[in-house]
Design a protein around this ligand. Sequence first.
Ligand code: FES
Ligand SMILES: [Fe+2]
Length: 355
Amino acid sequence: MFVKNTWYVCAQPEEINRTPMSRTICNENIVFWRKEDGTPLAFEDRCCHRRMPLSKGKLVGDKLECYYHGLQFDEAGKCTHVPGQTTIPPGAEVGTYPIVEKYNWMWIWMGDPALADEDKIVPYPWKTADDWGDKGTYFYVKCDYRLVIDNLLDLSHLGFVHRSTIGNAAVAEAARIRTLKEDDSVTVARWTVGQPPAPTYQKMGGWTDDDIVDRWQIIEFQMPGAVRLFTGAAKGAAEGKDFGFTDIDLPVPEGGFGFHNLNFVTPETETTTHYFWSNAYQIEGKPVTEEMTEMSYKQIFTAFHQDWEVFNKQQENWDDRPTIDTIQDAGSIAARAMIDRMVAEEQGEMAVAAE
Ligand code: FES
Ligand SMILES: [Fe+2]
């Protein structure tokens, strides 16, 4: 069961073009394509005639033509042409999904189209901001999407999985942590004060093992699949701070650098996930350069690929036996409870509507 009344990232913009593309989201097979003027469209990937996947068909102008018997469908999913006859059979149409392009991603609404409000898309302005250097990509992961959310809400794993990149022992052992739960979000704030920087942080900040910095990691989960990370380090950054939650968009302090990172996990099935991520960096007092954007991307790519290996292995081992929790799991436990609650609410509403 998945949350349906929400925007999920479904593709990178260039993946949706004039060749129909098939992708499964929340167990639903969908075909994506664009009209000649570039408008993106998403249909159920199943012809209403004899169930041929429409992604096997072709585009004829602004119509999608089924591969099997040539029925054509317009942008509203209505059949407009049946070869060999002049009338259109009643009900000759396929389901469509709201789809929009925003922050250089494609977003799809899987639930009631009447509720699809673009303003509900999780903001990620750093993707195109001039003073942040951003680059990201897509991973296909063979795991339950909630394992990715667990991972991002418990960054103690940086001290183990990511010791060659964004982690060191201090992040696991010495962080001060607070967790804040709201109706549809969970925020975990971690401050690791007065510790040497991790390898990636040394590269980004121009530091060595002998430097001592304060590092912040503010992790914000928003229902049901978005996790934004606001992280960075600077010497003395924690001075005078109360370790509260007001610093989500903390300006990078003098002599420091910051990462702003959006992870969006979209369920394909119960055990497979589309993982879209993007990472923006900023070094205080220095202009964004292509070289540093590339270096920051490579560091995060290496780190997230380390996570990718963990996710696949976890899923292979997953079964019905109970797992134990640690204090670091507070955020992910709250996030999972929110997802369960929202799925139950939607199921309840659908049951009432069906009565
Ligand atoms: S199955 Fe699509 S036209 Fe027959
Ligand atoms: Fe990680």
